[in-house]
Structures are given as structure tokens and as C-alpha cells.
Design a protein around this ligand. Sequence first.
Ligand code: NAP
Length: 493
Amino acid sequence: MATQYDAVIVGAGFGGLGAAIQLNRLGYDNLLILEREDDLGGTWHVNRYPGLAVDIPSSTYSYSFEPNPYWSRLFAPGAELKRYAEHVAEKYGLRGSIRFGTVVTGATWNENESHWQVAIQGGNRVTATYLLTATGFLSQPKTPDIDGIDSFRGKIIHTTAWDDDYDLTGQRAAIIGTGATAVQLIPEVAKVVSELTVYQRTPIWVSPKPDYRIPKALQRLFATLPPVQQAVRQIGNSILELMMISGVVHYKELRIANRIAERWCRAHLFRQVRDPELRRELTPDYSFGCKRPTFSNDYFPTFIQPHVHLETSSIERIDEHGVVTVDGNRTEIDVLLLATGFNLWDVNFPAIEIIGRDGKDLGKWWRDNRFQAYEGVTVPGFPNLLSLNSPYSYSGLSYFTTIECQMKHMDRLFTAMRRRGAHVFEVTQEANDQFLDRMTEKVGNSVFSLGQCATANSYYFNQHGEATLLRPTSTINAHREAARFPLEDYTYA
Ligand code: NAP
């Protein structure tokens, strides 16, 4: 079977688009990007719930090589991110390479042909020399398995499948979940519904959000003098880096920084909520950084409104018209909003079946052994595979750090491979093992091991209780290693 494409990329979110841009730069232009949704943008296409906005400053949450001077706010609304993704795809000529509405079911390495065979639901297989999976971390929505939920007669909406035609005005609503999504959604829903009950299982650390409008004059300055915006980006990067390093990675040495972050969030809550009982209920009992903290100025004040109720008793069941908690409290509702997040570790590592050399099944191997990937991108036994959403691949607090580190890694790897006249790469077992040992040791010094994370219910931890999602190093280290990893960590053929 002839090889049809230089590369198949699974996913047309920012990760997939970045990978395609890098492959183009390296001279590979026969690309196919397969996307299950009907348009590009990944998270920023799928999520449309009220209040959706980025919670990392926009100058930082974007490609460094493609700054957008026209963000309307320091934390841009979600629709602007979606438009930015469209702009990037147009400018870099990627739209023509994307096949929408295409669900990839699996991929198998063909040793004889030295290519990947990619299976598509209801369609023919395609083949490519390289396979890049950019399927995201937060792409498989989690619907809670609550007793009786199917019997509910009202409307149920998950935040990733927002129904724009459903009018919440005057309705009695319930929201399950108090993660970063709910923190954005709750204040907006409270503005229009008649009653709102929020079911909280685990409180979230919330910091004040310096969410300013960016005046047109400043936008014009960013457009005419890009270094000014680059300086703003650097400031944003540095603050995030400081939070990540001091609050999370170097917890062992800098426990005080973590305490300061907690105090900062507690003071925010204290300023906004005077009722001590409500404050107690909204205060996490786990260390800052065990799960993703968020930023908001209007989340806590929402709970002071008379028609908004915080329910901290566990949900026992849902019946035809309401939610019943274990203490017997029943609340009648018209609409149930699920801000219940995503399933990562059962279905997303990897998001599709990947069969490498000698029938090695990536998902099974990760589960039978430990979750691992060299520099968060490559795995022994899987030649010519870049698994962009792997264990330890998420670096820093902005996803664009991860994307750009991986673009650097691709640059060094493909350049080295071609200099040798090769077209097949594979990471060595030894390099992979050393990387895993190093990450394991570093996690041992982080808040994930030394903090109080037991009650956090954090998706940073896998089903074995190991924190294998975030790379436990500085982003400076991640960038440096992406640009300088030893070339002998790979074999080339
Ligand atoms: P999440 O952080 O996983 O939160 C899900 C919430 O639903 C949690 O409070 C969880 O409680 C609750 N929940 C789940 N199943 C439940 C059940 N059966 N019963 C009761 N409660 C249940 O998901 P998310 O809020 O969608 O956020 C996911 C990630 O998306 C964030 O961490 C962030 O990385 C990203 N995000 C980013 C932005 C942005 O602006 N850039 C905005 C939104 C989200 P437990 O904690 O007890 O499990």
C-alpha cells in the first residue's frame, strides 16, 4: 500500500495547527489533518457556554510567532480564541488540509511499509509516514453517573454541548461542579435564572482576576510596535512561571510560596464573602496547586445573591423533576447544567487505539506499566509517532508553552533524522527510562507528593494516584531540553 501522506495529524485544535505549521516549515506539505468536529479550534470550537473566556492572559495564551494585537481584554472571551484559530489556519494555509467530521478510530504501524495506517470511522484507511496525535487533554466530556439522571424530565446540558437555543431566563437551574468551567458559568447563569442551586463536591482555589479591557489605542500600539506586546507576553510568562515553579514544582524548597498563594486566595474570599459559614464551605482543604486553581472576580459574590444556593451535601439521586441529596433535601429544577469536566485517564491516554511495533498497544502498555513518554512526546516501540498529549507533556500553565516546546522538539528531531538520510525515528528505551526516572524524582519534590492533595479529586492524578500529567520542571527547562536533547536518544533508519 503506497504511503499517501507525509503526516496525518489527529486534531485541529491549537496543538494540531501548531504541529502542522512546524511540519510545513520543515518542508513536509503533504499533510492531512483529521478532525472529529465540524470546524477547527478544538476546545475553543466545542465550548460555547456563557462566560467562556481564557483564564491565562491572552498575550501569553497564543503562539509567540503569531501575536494577535487585537485581543479586546487581558483575558479574551472564548469567541476571540476561536476567531484567532481561524485566522491562524487561514494565514498558514492549513484549512485545505483539514478533513472535518472525521472520527479516527485507531492507527497501526506497518513495519514493511514503514508507515502508519489510520482507520477512520465509516471510511477508508489512510496512510502516512508520520502520525501526530493532538487530541487534547480535555476532549472527552464526563457525564456523571448519578442514580436516576436518565429519568430527569427537564433539560440537561453539558458545558461542552451548550444549547444556544435553550432560554434559561426565569428557569430553576442546578449546576453540578465547581471547577474552572463552573467558575465562569455560575455568575452568568445566576443573572438570568429565577433559582440556582450549585452542587459542590470539592471547592476550588480562586484568585482575583486582573481582567481589564485593552483600549483600542493600546491595540494599535501592539500592532505597530510588536515588541511592546512581546514585553507584555514576557511579563505574563514570568508570572505564570513563578506560580508554577514556586507554588507547584519546588514545593519542597519553597513551601512558603505555596502558603502565600493560599493566603492570597483566602483573602480574596474574605473580602468578597462576609458569612463565615459560606466562606468555610467555599474554602478548599487541599494544598494550592493540587488541582488547577482559577481566577474570578464575580464567582464568590454570586453565592451572596438570595436566589443562589450552595449545596455541599452529596447528590444521592436525580428524579423526574429534581435533585435529592443524601441529607434528604430535594430541590425541584427545570434545567440541569453539567459542569462536570472531562475524563482523562480512562479514555484519553491515548484518545484512539495506537498499535506500534510488534503489536504493542499504547493504551495497554501505559496501563500495564506506568504512564510515560520521553519529553512528553515519543514512546519506545512507536516509530514515527509524536503523541502530543502524553504523560508529562503539559508544561507550565499556558498550553501554548507545551505546543511551542513540542514544535522545537520536532525541529531538532526531524532535522537530525534527515541529515542522516533517514525517515524513521524511534526513541530508545534507555532515554525513555531515564526521562521517566527524572520526572518521578522531580514529582517527589512537588506539591503533588508533599502537599495535601488527597482530597483534591484532581485530574492531574491518574487512576493509580500518580501525578503524571504535568511536567514537573520549569518551562525554561522544557524549552531548553526541546532544543538540545541528545540526538542519540533516538535511533534513525
Ligand atoms: P473540572 O475541573 O474537572 O471540574 C469538574 C467539576 O465537576 C468538579 O468540581 C467535580 O468535582 C465536579 N463533578 C464531576 N463529577 C461529579 C459528580 N458525579 N458529582 C458531583 N460533582 C462532580 O472540569 P472543568 O471545570 O470543565 O475544567 C477542566 C479544565 O478546563 C480546567 O482545569 C482548565 O484547565 C480548563 N478550563 C480552562 C478555562 C480557561 O479559561 N482557559 C476555562 C474553563 C476550563 P470534584 O472536583 O469533586 O471531582
